[in-house]
Structure formats: C-alpha cells, structure tokens
Design a protein around this ligand. Structure first.
Ligand code: SAM
Length: 212
C-alpha cells in the first residue's frame, strides 16, 4: 500500500452518537468521522469514486437494504478498489424476533433498522456479484462464543437490541424474561449443566472483493 493511498481516512456510521463517540475517543487530524447511512445513495454519492479500500466490521448484518448498500459501496470505490466486509450471516436478533409471542409483534414491526431478510452464503455471494464486485475470497465457518452465565448473555443482547429503545420502560423486565424464555425454548444456546456457562454458536462471514 502506498503512502498516497492512505492520505484520507473516513470512518462512518449512521448513528450520530457513535460518530461523536469515535471523534472523542479516536479523533485525530488523520481520520475524519462522519455520519453516513450506507443505504442512502444520495449521501453516499458525495464520495463517488473516492476510496481505494472500504472496510466494514460487524455492521452489515444490521443493514436493512443490503443490495443498495453494496451498490453504494461500489460507487464510492475507485476502479480497482477493494472491499472487506465482515459480518454475521444470520443476525441472532432477527432469529429471536421471528419467534416472539404476538404481544411483542407490534413493537417488532417498528424496528426498521434491522433487516428481516436473511441470505444464505450463496445468495450473499450473488448480491455482491450483482452489485458489480468480483469476489476474491468469501469465508464463513461456525464459531462459538462462551458467556460466563445467562445474565451476561442477556446484558450483551440488551446492548444491541433496539427493542429497549422502543418499549416503554415498564415493559423492559417482562421483555427480558420473554427473551430468556424464548432462547431456552428454542434452544438457541447450549447451557453447560456443570458450570452454567452459555455457549452461543454464530456464523461470521468475511467477503473480500474488488471493483474491476
Ligand atoms: C456492532 S456495531 C459495529 C461498530 C464497529 N464497526 C465496531 O467494530 O466496533 C454496528 C454499527 O452499525 C451501524 N449501522 C447500522 N446500520 C447502518 C447503516 N445503514 N449505515 C451505517 N451504519 C450503520 C450502527 O449504528 C452500529 O454502530
């Protein structure tokens, strides 16, 4: 990589809070942090043909319209530019929302931020290709993450579950209990009977592709 290719670095997120946090924590003259919704073609077109590389880590599974987002990233790259996207093939929260009891459905419908579409590995390969990328490498394999106990798992879910920002406060505890019950009922995790540790399997995927 030449020195020239790193002259401009831009870190983006659609959340104003995240961008402000990044500026406070990592801000320096060499990195610009900007609010950008990767699904918004109008805003992305500001960066048309601008970048040599685009990296995205653990974000793409939250993106609602993956096809448009890939087209936008393709647009923002220079010819010969590369993309490296690492994400979870099946968003565990989408799995969870799909099996919730009816009383929670009206809130789930309000969650526009989260994609309800799930793609297989081959379908994912297809949408990258249709957006104009040539795939250099696509890797995915089942990984396992171990939580020390159930409450750590529930806290981790709470940190990313937008339901908590939609639900009235007085429903939070009941919702948490429902989440726990569903996880057990649908056997979404393994529970070690001796240690009580919780093992969650997940499917990360990494795609490295180029704009020819
Ligand atoms: C789990 S965080 C990952 C953040 C960071 N990449 C990291 O590795 O720490 C996922 C981020 O994706 C952002 N996000 C979701 N949809 C987005 C979109 N359409 N455009 C830009 N950012 C988005 C969320 O605001 C959230 O900050």
């Amino acid at each position: 990589m030449t020195k020239h290719s790193w002259q401009e670095k831009v870190g983006v997120d659609k959340s104003v809070e995240m961008v402000e946090f990044a500026k406070r924590t990592y801000g320096c003259s060499k990195i610009n942090f900007k609010v950008l919704d990767i699904e918004n073609t109008h805003d992305c077109s500001f960066y048309s043909y601008r970048f040599n590389k685009i990296f995205s880590f653990f974000c793409f599974h939250w993106v609602h319209n993956k096809v448009d987002s890939l087209l936008n990233m393709h647009l923002m790259l220079k010819s010969g530019g590369e993309i490296l996207v690492n994400f979870i093939l099946i968003n565990p929260l989408v799995e969870l929302y799909k099996c919730m009891d009816t009383e929670w459905h009206k809130y789930i419908e309000d969650i526009k931020q989260i994609s309800q579409n799930t793609y297989s590995r081959d379908e994912m390969r297809d949408i990258f290709t249709k957006a104009g990328f040539r795939i250099i490498n696509l890797e995915s394999s089942v990984k396992k993450y171990t939580f020390p106990d159930f409450s750590s798992l529930l806290s981790a879910i709470k940190a990313v579950d937008v339901m908590y920002s939609i639900l009235p406060q007085h429903l939070h505890d009941r919702y948490s209990k429902h989440v726990k019950d569903k996880i057990c009922e649908k056997q979404m995790v393994q529970i070690c009977p001796i240690t009580g540790k919780i093992i969650k399997a997940y499917l990360p995927i990494t795609v490295h592709a180029v704009k020819d």
